[in-house]
Design a protein around this ligand. Structure first.
Ligand code: UGA
Length: 434
């Protein structure tokens, strides 16, 4: 099949590359000339494990192409994916200007029946808007399909190639057949393609992300309660997660969820609900609790230093919003750094991938270390914000010789309480005894 993908961000690039891997001829289109130039020169602008191998193979085999020219890029395409940004507007709703601008441009360019697919996370009713924008100038028949993505950063290629399910919103039989053909190589193990109407598909994406954000937040609240009641959230997690109705995943308490998806999507769904006069109270709670959770360890750090952080050097392990990404959007680390600086502390940081991105925001307000040990030199405390595997089994002897105090504030519950006690550390974590 010939496919075009408009937008070469994280979703567009993974979609384009993976569909070229299943044998399609894919052209990725982006208005950003420098990005397209990089891609043409084999440089992938995002960090996503496994993407490079697929990218190189398919470029080499002439199945994956890049252009800034929309007309040229969609030439002969049976399917056009829209993978464009939908940033939150001032009122929290998703801003559709990029999606609708491309839809406007596409109308006069279509030469044969084409399926236009919304891959971006878009509010309910967008497929209709995209349809109307294209229809204004289209001279041929076309269908607009909603096909939300459920990729997790860091494992996006795996999620794409082996999806739990594929959600397709369309009532057109013709479009359904093409979508079945397109996804056939990815659903061979019996994982379903779930067909529904466009509006339900659009809502499914928001419901899934908001549910997961709520699940995490619920456990964060249980963790906070564990601290007050003298219980252990890890034990509670194991106890409840083994109930198959609840499930083991996304039950890890910590210092809040971040990233480009959960915060934005929870906010957008709450706004969509409000627009139809529905007060989605759980979501308001989720947003509020998560924001507070991000800086939950700050009071414990202050208490440890008798309320005064002036001149104290705090080392931070982990800046990305989660491991295996360099993404720092809504990352708890940023909020903690701001708070610590406000309290007069000196902050030094280390992250395996996200240092450059943080430098771009924090500049010389903090110091940047070469590795996880040098960041500890002369530090008065260690704070752990992201659960990179490299932090899970560190050389504690080496740490002892570098840190001024044997104290760790751990926002991701990386260590057993008993082993920290044995090692002689004062250890503050989430939802467990300290
Ligand atoms: C999320 C969804 O998981 C994907 O299915 C979805 O496609 C994607 O958003 C999107 O809409 O594009 P992602 O933001 O990459 O994916 O990250 P997750 O792995 O879901 O983690 C989100 C946040 O939740 C992270 O900050 C993570 O640390 C936190 N989290 C996750 C917890 O605090 N506890 C957990 O048990 C799990």
């Amino acid at each position: 099949m010939k496919i075009a993908v408009v937008g070469t961000g994280y979703v567009g690039l993974v979609t384009g590359t993976c569909f070229s891997e299943t044998g399609n001829n894919v052209t990725c289109i982006d208005i950003d000339e420098s990005k397209v130039e990089k891609l043409k020169n084999g440089i992938i602008p995002i960090y996503e494990p496994g993407l490079d191998v697929l990218f190189e193979r398919n470029v080499k085999q002439d199945r994956l192409h890049f252009t800034t020219n929309l007309k040229e890029g969609i030439e002969g395409a049976e399917i056009i994916f829209l993978a464009l940004p939908t940033p939150p507007g001032e009122d929290g709703s998703a801003d559709l200007q990029y999606v609708l601008k491309v839809a406007d441009d596409l109308g006069p360019l279509l030469k044969q029946y084409t399926i236009i697919i919304d891959k971006s996370t878009v509010p309910v009713g967008t497929a209709e808007k995209v349809h109307n924008a294209i229809a204004k100038n289209a001279k041929v028949d076309f269908d607009v399909v909603s096909n939300p993505e459920f990729l997790r950063e860091g494992v996006a290629v795996e999620d794409f190639m082996k999806p739990d399910r594929v959600v397709v919103g369309t009532e057109s039989e013709k479009a359904k057949k093409t979508m079945e053909r397109l996804y056939a190589p990815l659903v061979r193990q019996g994982n379903p393609i779930i067909f529904m109407d466009e509006r339900s598909a659009e809502l499914t994406k928001y419901a899934a992300n908001s549910f997961l954000a709520t699940k995490i937040t619920f456990m964060n609240e249980i963790a906070n309660l564990c601290e007050l009641l003298g219980a252990d959230v890890d034990a509670v997690r194991r106890g409840v997660g083994t109930d198959s109705r609840i499930g083991k995943r996304f039950l890890f308490a910590g210092i809040g969820y971040g990233g480009s998806c959960f915060p934005k999507d929870v906010q957008a769904l709450a706004k969509s609900a409000k627009d139809v006069n529905y007060d989605f109270r759980i979501l308001n709670g989720v947003m509020d609790i998560n924001q507070k959770q991000k800086t939950k360890l700050i009071p414990s750090i202050k208490d440890y230093f008798n309320g005064d952080l002036k001149g104290k050097k705090i080392a931070i392990w982990g800046l990305a919003f989660k491991p295996y990404t360099d993404d720092i959007r809504e990352a708890p680390a940023l909020y903690n750094i701001e708070e610590l600086i406000k309290e007069g502390a000196e902050v030094s940081v280390f992250d395996p991938e996200a240092m450059e991105n943080v430098k771009g925001i924090m500049g010389d307000k903090i110091t940047y270390a070469e590795d996880q040990y040098s960041v500890l030199e002369d530090a008065d405390a260690l704070m752990i914000v992201t659960e990179w595997p490299v932090f899970r089994t560190p050389d504690f002897n080496r740490m002892d010789s570098l840190l001024n105090n044997k104290v760790i504030f751990d926002g991701r519950n990386l260590y057993e309480l008993s082993s920290m006690e044995e090692l002689g550390y004062e250890y503050f974590s989430i939802g467990r005894k300290s």
